[in-house]
Design a protein around this ligand. Sequence first.
Ligand code: MLT
Length: 408
Amino acid sequence: MITINTHYLKLRASYLFSDIAKRVAAFQDAHPETKVIKLGIGDVTRALPPSVVSAFHAAVDEMSADATFRGYGPEQGYPFLREAIAAVDFQSRGADVSPEEIFVSDGAKCDTGNIQEIFSTHTRIAIPDPVYPVYLDTNVMAGRTGGFANGRFEGICYLESTPANGFIPDLPDTPVDLIYLCFPNNPTGATIDRGQLARWVDYARDQKAIILFDAAYEAFIRDDSLPHSIYEIPGAREVAIEFRSLSKTAGFTGTRCAYTVVPKSLMAYDGDGSAHPVWNLWSRRQSTKFNGVSYPVQRAAAAAFTPEGQKEVRTLADGYLNNAAIIRREMTDLGYTCVGGENSPYIWIDGKKDSWAFFDELLSNAGVVCTPGAGFGACGEGFIRISAFNSLENVTSAMQRIREALTA
Ligand code: MLT
């Protein structure tokens, strides 16, 4: 008799964003006359930048002639892309990352979800609350937690991000081995400064722990004092893996391209305490289970790192940041306390009421989709997240509708 991985039974029935999509679809069926505006899932709406599109077309043309056709590519990604990433995203900021340490992939969701596989089942995990659900759910699937009770999984060290700590979690008060951090943060939009991040790096070095640093939103940082990469912090090469994505920066949510940095100097230990390079494990895992991102997509991604592409990508992010500023200003004006929306495309709003009730209120009375904070964890209760990923026209109209609904 075939039996299942019973850890899956501990999970909530559906993934947060699938759950929201079902509720929105049900509302739309019942109210076909309402033009629903989606400021829920962080899915970009603006087209791919022109230099990305022309590189994409040119690569498709190469694939259409035998002389220039390409089959399987290098498992870690083409050198032309990894070299561009290392130079533009890291070396230009004084962060010591080489092209060999970059693994190109089809998404930061996949990479942040898959990375836990290379660590022991007994790994003690620290996860922020609220959190991007992928970090938590993939560890539940892997059997690193107990059951779900009182809004929490047993066996996880939750790093609370609340108004009391300015949404920057304190260091754990119990020993942990693997720490998930995301800055600029999803969902709160909070940012971390160099001193605060250095405390985490020092902690990980003391504990022989590893930090999984999700920097998918770094392109929205406009404050020059904030770090874009954990490798800008001394000592981070010995304790951190960093995840980046072109999804939100260059409009690749549908095109798919991301990358993970695993420094050659990063070690993890076996039961006898012998050190092993994590790079070898991730390389082994990826070359066994992943066959790379398509050649045209890698060419398109590389175009985002050219000087022209960089300008276009910045303009895209500036557009979303302008939306974020409008959302934050409007919600503040309506009397709500907001975090994020500066150096971040997400605005985290203290709704002062049940977050699913606030979600339903905005959907029913304004036809606007947000994300209920409770979906990101117990500390998200009472909050909603509004995403700036939409057109200026839709954001302006959504805020007008929200104002009318909340002041009626
Ligand atoms: C979000 O809305 O939190 C993100 O879009 C989810 C993702 O990137 O997978």
